[in-house]
Design a binder for this molecule. Structure first.
Ligand code: GUN
Ligand code: FE
Length: 435
């Protein structure tokens, strides 16, 4: 067992930070959190002092120890477009910039070049869990899974399904999906899990959606997709699926809304019937505020979701989101919620720092645990969770009179990956992945 001493901060509940100044966290040999303390129990004081004991005390000094981040919506093949081409709204952006880039992943060499950099950046930014869209290409997707496993990072990885409204070289078929999942419905390693990934309704014909419904029923796999991101997209779905009462209903009617853990990105315009449908089908919303700002999509009603008991997690949505750091996503989540608050004359409270931090850590971990059928949670230092953590050295930002909560706030708003000294995943200190 190892015991780390540092300033430990996490959010077991959204309403406030739990802070252990010069506290202790014990991690067993399987990488599971045993307990967290303000003071080390006397028995452990003796054991850590005994050189023959198997308990080691590691003092991390005047540093912050926080849970690693969960990016619950990100497109690996869009990594090269980071920060580019954010001058259009969703549908033009997809056709003009995104589809041509994704088509390049038919080349395994190109895929390896980009995917190595993508996985390296997740490591760099301290994102130990993610839910990832790949492309339609099985070989490149297998490679991505292998790179995650080699890096020691946890991921839900989806081969993307799309059989209409895109260039021919970026289409697959219902049959391709059946073939793929016949051999890919189990975890490909200890930390990498499959997730069904219909791109969105405009990309998937009724035949493909029916196949997704069958795959959900046969294999019990989780689902991720996009929902109600942009007004033109919603109008288009209304034309494509006239029998559906709302966009979410188009997924529901094919049996891919809540039969298994379901993660829907954006939901900027989910209200009324659709909001009820998300709640009643236990859908998790992936809120992507950097993306929604960049593509002028809208502001998701996150407070309303939370009040309704709809779980919300956060995602970068790279490359509609322009940056891989979950720090930026936490910051934008708070900022867009404040703008929403001002616009709606303060009817509902905006997100607090601890709430946004919770969404980026424990809430993401809860979805991941359900989707990976795991018994171990992550995203907070509660006993029984895996120890996925970051050691932050904020000494250059620091003045004596700051509280620990203010130090964390400064790190979130103006810190970056250079401040991360150690990254732990499942109890192991992760080395930098090979580029
Ligand atoms: N809707 C369908 N595909 C995409 C995508 O790649 N990014 C975003 N932001 N929305 C989408
Ligand atoms: Fe997306």
């Amino acid at each position: 067992m190892r015991i780390y001493q540092a300033h430990i901060i996490d959010t077991p509940t959204p309403s406030s930070f739990r802070i252990f100044e010069n506290g202790y966290v014990a991690v067993d040999d399987d990488g599971i959190v045993v307990d967290v303390w303000h003071e080390l129990p006397l028995e452990l004081v003796h054991r850590t002092a005994d050189p023959s004991s198997d308990v080691r005390l590691i003092q991390l000094g005047d540093r912050l120890l926080i849970p690693a981040f969960c990016d619950m919506h990100v497109h690996a093949p869009q990594y090269r477009n980071l920060g580019l081409a954010l001058d259009e709204e969703l549908l033009v952006w997809l056709n003009r910039y995104t589809f041509p880039e994704e088509a390049r992943f038919s080349s395994p060499e190109y895929a390896e070049h980009i995917y190595r950099r993508f996985v390296h950046e997740l490591w760099m930014q301290g994102t130990m869990h993610s839910s990832v869209f790949a492309t339609i290409h099985p070989q490149a997707t297998d490679l991505l899974c292998r790179l995650f496993a080699e890096a020691g990072l946890s991921a839900l990885v989806g081969l993307v399904g799309m059989d209409r409204n895109a260039p021919d070289n970026l289409l697959n078929s219902a049959r391709d999906l059946q073939d793929y999942y016949q051999t890919h419905h189990r975890a490909s390693s200890q930390s990498v899990f499959p997730i069904l990934t219909p791109r969105f309704i405009p990309s998937c014909s009724p035949e493909m959606m029916r196949t997704y419904g069958q795959l959900v029923a046969s294999y019990g796999l989780p689902v991720q997709s996009h929902l109600s991101e942009n007004r033109s997209e919603i109008d288009w779905v209304r034309q494509l699926e006239p029998e559906s009462v709302c966009y979410a209903d188009a997924y529901r009617r094919y049996g891919v809304l809540g039969q298994t853990p379901t993660l829907m990105a954006h939901c900027c315009y989910s209200e009324g019937k659709e909001l009820e449908m998300l709640r009643d089908n236990h859908v998790t919303v992936a809120h992507c505020p950097t993306s929604n700002s960049n593509l002028a999509s809208g502001i998701a009603p996150v407070r309303t979701f939370l009040n309704e008991g709809i779980p919300v997690v956060l995602g970068t949505d790279v490359s509609a989101g322009h940056y891989m750091s979950m720090l930026r996503v936490i910051q934008y989540a708070i900022q867009v919620s404040k703008l929403h608050y001002a616009r709606t004359e303060g009817q509902l409270p905006y997100l607090s720092l601890s709430e946004a931090f919770y969404l980026a850590t424990k809430a993401g971990g809860q979805y991941f645990m359900q989707a990976a059928l795991s018994e171990k949670g992550t995203g907070s230092f509660e006993a029984g969770n895996t120890f996925d953590a970051l050691v932050i050295d904020d000494s250059y930002l620091n003045y004596d009179h700051y509280t620990l909560e203010h130090r964390l706030q400064r790190y979130i708003y103006i810190g970056d990956d250079r401040d991360i000294r150690i990254r732990f995943a499942r109890g192991n200190q992760l080395p930098e992945p090979i580029l």
